[in-house]
Design a protein around this ligand. Structure first.
Ligand code: ATP
Ligand code: MG
Length: 446
């Protein structure tokens, strides 16, 4: 993309309404615009990152064997009356009447809808196990929408639902989700720590929240610092293997890590004192096994191998796709702007032309741009007639991980400059070498 032809409404001033850095930087970098409280338009740059995050979530869900679909945002109240949640959900649910006076709602989540689909089409254990998911907009009329996309009223969420014959099978689905979530967040350059969370009225051990440590996080967390040494990395995993998935769950959840809702002082005291940490975290996902709560209320049953009809065991599993943009920025920025991890960056590299209109510099930039595109990469070329300082400031704000700087002086020696946004280190090299290096960095990522 040539910046002169793009739509990138960068703000010079710090917007006063933004209390935290990710919100401020998303507004300044022209990624979002508030439409009304807690509801945002996604401008081209923000939309690009949202799509990248969404794609990673899709890829990792499907790698784990989960099946994508799409359910509507508007739902009929009738299903929610069946489950009993129409009255229980309270003020966070946006209720709407259609022209015939029928009660509708903007879905805050989809357990009822998916259970209805399941009971309409599945009747035998032979169709299990089954995990369906979608990535769709949700609406929760949060009392205090704030921090930009972190706590919106309308937000984009992946929600998946597993259906299994037995509790054991459903717990394998739970473990499989945990593994797939670890992979998902790591691909985004994030460490999200699974922490024992509150199961609400259902209770039990079977819910974990994934938290990204950040001062601005809304959750108070307590953990053994040894959990921050764990990474899943690129190890092989067979998602059908009950033992392998259970071993990962064990590895990542056996050390103390809890949110304030489940924090236990006595247990925490058993962690060696030097490793006890109290911090804040951003919840970027949650997994849940809830047994037969919805399947019993809504009659989602299958015939088992013994011919008996039994309610299915279910779980639901959410990832805050739009919140992740904020979480990534909270975890990765400096005082000049955003620093995108390679896995989610809106453009792979920026090209800065120090002397727009200089025949040689223009030609070198055009050639770089074309070579990167030819390799399937997506560069952002700042071809505006602006001073170098302004161009650098914009690139730093946008946070592309790599910048190629092209100027007449370097070109005389046959070189351009390649700069890492994260370290600030620059290296001079021939233009072809810069292209080659960027291609190598993204091989296997892009
Ligand atoms: P919270 O405790 O932050 O209100 P939750 O536990 O109610 O979230 P879940 O029902 O677990 O949320 O939804 C799954 C994920 O969706 C959460 O882990 C979070 O990342 C994201 N999410 C929830 N509410 C919002 C919101 N208002 N704005 C943006 N993302 C949200
Ligand atoms: Mg949650």
């Amino acid at each position: 993309m040539r910046l002169s032809r793009y739509f990138l409404p960068v703000l010079k001033e710090n917007p006063s309404e933004a209390q935290i850095v990710s919100h401020r930087l998303m507004l300044r970098a022209g990624m979002i615009k508030q439409a009304s409280a807690g509801i945002y338009s996604w401008l081209p740059l923000g939309f690009k990152v949202l799509r990248k995050i969404e794609n990673i979530v899709h890829e990792e869900q499907q790698r784990a064997g989960h099946i994508p679909m799409l359910m509507p945002t508007l739902q009929s109240a009738d299903l929610w009356r069946e489950s009993g949640r129409y009255d229980d959900y309270g003020e966070e649910m946006l209720r709407i009447k259609d022209r015939h006076g029928r009660d509708m709602l903007y879905g805050p989540t989809n357990e009822e809808l998916i259970t209805d689909i399941f009971r309409s089409h599945v009747g035998s254990y032979k169709d299990l196990p089954l995990t369906l998911y979608h990535i769709q907009w949700k609406f929760r009329d949060e009392i205090r929408p704030r921090f930009g996309v972190m706590r919106g009223r309308e937000f984009f969420m992946k929600d998946g639902y597993n259906f299994d014959l037995t509790k054991e099978d459903a717990l394998h689905a739970y473990n499989r989700h945990l593994v797939s979530y670890l992979r998902t967040y790591e691909r985004m350059g994030l460490q999200a720590i699974p922490m024992r969370a509150d199961g609400g009225p259902i209770g039990g051990d079977y819910t974990h929240e994934f938290l990204v440590l950040a001062e601005t996080g809304e959750s108070e967390v307590f953990y053994d610092s040894a959990v921050t040494d764990l990474t899943f990395g690129d190890r092989a995993i067979d998602y059908d293997s009950v033992d392998q998935c259970a071993a990962v769950l064990e590895e990542f959840t056996s050390k103390y890590a809890r949110t304030d809702e489940t924090h236990d002082e006595a247990l925490f005291a058993e962690v060696p004192e030097a490793r006890q940490r109290t911090a804040r975290g951003i919840e970027v996902g949650q997994i849940f096994y809830f047994g037969t709560k919805y399947s019993e209320a809504m009659g989602a049953k299958v015939q088992g191998p013994d011919g008996k009809t039994v309610p299915v065991h279910m779980g639901s599993h959410g990832i805050g796709v739009s919140r992740l943009l904020g979480a990534i920025i909270e975890a990765s920025h400096d005082d000049k702007g955003i620093i995108w991890p390679e896995g989610v960056t809106p453009f792979h590299a920026g090209i800065v032309n120090l002397k727009q209109g200089d025949e040689e510099a223009d030609a070198a930039c055009d050639a770089l741009y074309a070579s990167l595109k030819a390799l399937g990469l997506d560069p952002l070329y700042d071809d505006r007639n602006e001073r170098a300082g302004g161009k650098f400031a914009t690139m730093d704000l946008l946070g592309l991980p790599w910048r190629i700087t092209v100027g007449p002086r370097g070109l005389k020696n046959g070189v351009v400059e390649l700069t890492s946004r994260r370290t600030g280190e620059s290296e001079e090299m021939p233009p072809e070498a810069a292209v080659e290096k960027i291609a190598q960095i993204y091989a296997g990522i892009a």
